[in-house]
Design a protein around this ligand. Structure first.
Ligand code: PLP
Length: 490
């Protein structure tokens, strides 16, 4: 399978090949262990899958109910007013409509991020102002600097992914609300909370309630990731009724399929299993981060998503690591060279159960260090540049500009992996021109010795859970029949 399978990655521009395509190429019908697609591995439960399998024929034989009926049930569950909600065939469908309807000239987005947030508006001729997240600050988004960037470029729409994909960077609710205040004059502010269910840094991190009160804010939520059902394609947005109604009016009849209907209607009976699945993912995240951070030279960034962003040791080339993990160990990882603002030095690794993580770690040890740790076994490709997207045009774009024709800041000096490097202090607060002041970024405490590279976590930090974004938080509130609250399921 080796060459066939790895060639699939070369033919996909911005995303990974589908699991179905990989399984077909694999030949034996079984896919690899999936550390690539960020999906909740604990939900639905096996019993729920059995129930769906038993009803397969009924589910797919008939038309589903209208999206209004399915949306009303979801709103019932989440205690949201249906007029403030639009449900789409995956949140990607909603991103598409947000772009068509509400992005008129320009959109700002921190990069690296989910590819549709950069590519969709570019495909429809909008200017995309890409705000580079800095490796030196662990890819944390500094909202004050982002606001300044938006003002300097006159961008009309601002997007924040919280947590961000691929790094898992998280922003507290109060900071996002202040950002929304500061951006009240923009055409639109989108807060993409597609991965927020996995966060535990704050008890109620969602800004859904605030979005409904404002004329220019949309909160986007995917359901595929937290419900472990990417293939069903369902997601929703929350906004004030006028804004939500505009998007809803564009959606085709029966845009939600019968599987989506079935799942939405079965959820009310499975709140406790869902809550437990999220707790387990959060526990796994700590455990997995700690195991990965123990690998020499590998840097793990703080994440509140159900994935970890890691920087490979110096000398390791991501595409080679990805291909060898797949062909020699049947482990699928997301190499991030084709994400704008990232490079082939980075992998995104989905949080999975410990038994799978042990296989990942063992595979990485063999691929990165040969049979023993410490001696790099993976050659670096001679690209002449540290950035490799797999697309020459994107490489040039990222190498020379921020995507809007603005020169990039001077490149960072190479990180000294074996030498402990301090995480820089939080930036000095920067005033935002109008209309309201922005908060400074959350202060990052002094970094204990042993940090493998800038902005990353040592195993000790991960275990201590005192690093940014890893502070344990109270469990999700579960009112009424054990189902999460209106802020979007906790
Ligand atoms: C930040 C973000 N938003 C939205 C999506 C789209 O999700 P969906 O499967 O609901 O279309 C993704 C997919 O990975 C994502 O990373």
């Amino acid at each position: 399978m080796a060459e066939n399978v790895t060639s699939l990655f070369r033919s996909t521009a911005a995303h990974s090949p589908s699991m179905a395509a990989l399984a077909r190429e694999g030949g034996d019908g079984g896919g690899p262990i999936d550390f690539c697609i960020p999906c909740n591995p604990y939900f639905p439960t096996p019993a729920m899958f059995d129930d769906m399998a038993g009803r397969l024929r009924d589910i797919i034989t008939y038309y589903p109910s209208s999206a209004d009926t399915i949306t009303a049930e979801l709103c019932n569950l989440l205690q949201l007013p249906p007029q403030a909600v639009a449900m789409g065939n995956g949140s990607t469908e909603l991103i598409t409509w947000i772009d068509h309807l509400l992005v008129r000239e320009s959109l700002a987005i921190p990069v690296p991020t989910f590819g549709r947030w950069t590519d969709q508006p570019m495909e429809t001729g909008k200017r995309v102002d890409m705000f580079p997240l800095q490796e030196s600050s662990g890819f944390a988004l500094d909202l004050a600097q982002y606001a300044e960037f938006i003002r300097a470029r006159g961008t009309r729409v601002a997007v924040i992914c919280n947590p961000n994909n691929p790094d898992g960077g998280f922003l507290h609710r109060h900071a996002i609300v202040q950002f929304m205040d500061a951006m009240a004059d923009l055409d639109l502010v989108v807060i993409d909370e597609s991965f927020l269910e996995f966060a535990d840094a704050e008890a109620e991190p969602s800004v859904v309630q605030e979005a409904m009160l404002r004329p220019n804010v949309i909160v986007l939520r995917s359901l595929g990731k937290n419900f472990g059902l990417h293939g069903i394609r369902f997601g929703y947005l929350v906004a004030n009724p006028a804004l939500a109604g505009r998007v809803r009016s564009m959606l085709p009849k029966w845009n939600l399929n019968a599987f989506a209907e079935h799942v939405v209607f079965m959820l009310k009976n499975h709140g406790p299993e869902y809550a437990e699945s999220l707790h387990q993912v959060r526990r796994d995240r700590l455990d997995m981060a700690s195991q990965l951070a123990a690998l020499p030279g590998l840097t793990v960034y703080p994440s509140q998503g159900n994935f970890l962003f890691v920087r490979l040791p110096v000398g390791a080339e991501g595409t080679v690591v990805r291909d060898r993990l797949l062909t020699e160990h049947r482990i699928l990882v997301r190499e991030c060279g084709n994400k704008i603002g990232s490079s082939s030095r980075f992998l995104r690794l989905v949080v999975r159960p410990q038994v799978d993580v042990r296989r990942l770690v063992s595979g990485l040890e063999q691929v990165l260090y040969g049979t023993r740790r410490g001696a790099a076994a993976v050659p670096e490709l001679a690209t002449g540049t540290s950035y490799s997207s797999g697309t020459a045009a994107v490489d040039r774009l990222v190498g020379s500009s921020n995507g809007a024709g603005i020169p990039m800041p001077a490149p960072m000096p190479p990180a000294a992996v074996s030498v402990p490097a301090p995480v820089p202090a939080a930036p000095v607060p920067t005033p935002v021109p109008a209309p309201a002041p922005m908060p400074a970024a959350a202060a990052v405490g002094p970094t204990p010795p042993g940090v493998p590279a800038r902005g990353g976590l040592t195993a000790a930090q991960v275990r201590g859970t005192t690093g940014p974004g890893l502070a344990p938080a109270p469990a999700t509130g579960w009112p009424n029949a054990g189902w999460p609250n209106a802020a979007g399921m906790g």
